[in-house]
Design a protein around this ligand. Structure first.
Ligand code: PMV
Length: 314
């Protein structure tokens, strides 16, 4: 049997904007998806035992199968002639917006490689997972699979001209507590990404200004993280949420949880990932603040993940 893991991620700055070449910053969280793969007699059979939003596995089933087929093709294996049992688990909940799809793709690619004795570098695993992500995101930037493969804190800029993307590991003095709050709404990243592209085309001037500001926020965010100025990181996250509202990818539930986290003392809060549901992220340095914000969200009936940014190993 082959085994593999992929990190969950949260985007601190730049979701959606990264698809269009604006830099973004993502961080692995200290939770991962795990996969086991075993050659089988017939078909590709997936047993998904990941915890999290009810219905996530069902709603994503078709996209998941397409992603596995894409992955096999990228690994020079024929999806029609390959039979395997795939088990998915791990401590990364299947919340939308946590990069669960990319984490599972990386985990599955690594487990397939082990089961079929393929020697693949992390760069190759990342490329394979990128192909798989197309099934979930349509036109993905690549930030999710990059964070899922390499872990850590990542500066990412998509090369829109087919060349390689700019990927840099950023360092942070120490991991910082965060709270991820789940709206419970399983969002369709592909539709959200397509919606932004459409509105951008319809409102070129307005969107150009918003996109310029998003780039400025990513640059300022990088500096603040480097200086470990967490108050400033939080303020910039708040600003980033505002931009995401402007491009219409937030929703009432996300805005509500973001406000709630800020009222409880979070240094900053924003939606994270594709939006339209899915998750929000609150920067809550220290166990006490993390617990306070997490409990407030739980008391409103939402699921949370207490985790950290800036971790390198699960
Ligand atoms: O919702 P998630 O975790 O799949 O994150 C998607 C991030 C986007 O920027 C919206 C899309 C992308 O490919 O970068």
């Amino acid at each position: 049997m082959g085994r593999g893991s992929g990190f969950g991620k949260t985007i601190l700055f730049g979701e959606h904007f990264v698809v269009h070449g604006v830099p973004g910053i993502a961080s692995a969280v200290d939770s991962a998806a795990d996969a086991h793969v075993k050659k089988a007699a017939k078909g590709i059979n997936v047993t998904d035992e990941r915890t999290g939003a009810k219905g996530y596995a069902e709603k994503k089933k078709l996209q998941q199968l397409e992603s596995i087929e894409r992955m096999l093709t990228a690994m020079n294996m024929d999806p029609q002639k390959t039979s395997m049992d795939i088990w998915l688990g791990g401590n990364l909940p299947g919340f939308s917006g946590l990069g669960a799809s990319a984490a599972s793709s990386v985990a599955i690619a690594r487990a397939i490689a082990e089961e079929y004795e393929l020697v693949l570098s992390d760069e190759q695993i990342n490329d394979i997972a990128y192909e798989a992500e197309k099934a979930y995101a349509g036109n993905p930037s690549g930030i999710d699979n990059t964070a899922a493969t390499f872990g850590g804190l990542i500066w990412f800029k998509k090369n829109l001209n087919k060349g390689s993307n700019e990927i840099e590991q950023l360092s942070i003095r120490e991991p910082v507590e965060i709270v991820i709050g789940n709206t419970g709404i399983v969002a369709n990243t592909k539709a959200m990404v397509a919606g932004v592209a459409q509105r951008k085309e319809q409102n070129p001037e307005e969107y150009a200004a918003i996109f310029r500001y998003a780039e400025e926020l990513a640059n300022k965010g990088r500096k603040a993280l480097d200086e470990f100025d967490l108050k400033q990181v939080g303020n910039l996250m708040n600003e980033s949420h505002q931009l995401l509202q402007q491009i219409e990818v937030s929703c009432n539930e996300l805005d509500y949880l973001v406000e709630l986290a800020r009222k409880q003392g979070a240094f900053g809060a924003k939606m994270t990932g594709g939006g339209g549901g899915g998750c929000m992220l609150a920067l809550t340095p220290g166990k006490d603040l993390q617990e306070k914000v997490a409990l407030a969200i739980e008391n409103e009936g939402f699921e949370v993940l207490r985790t950290k940014i800036g971790v390198r190993k699960v």
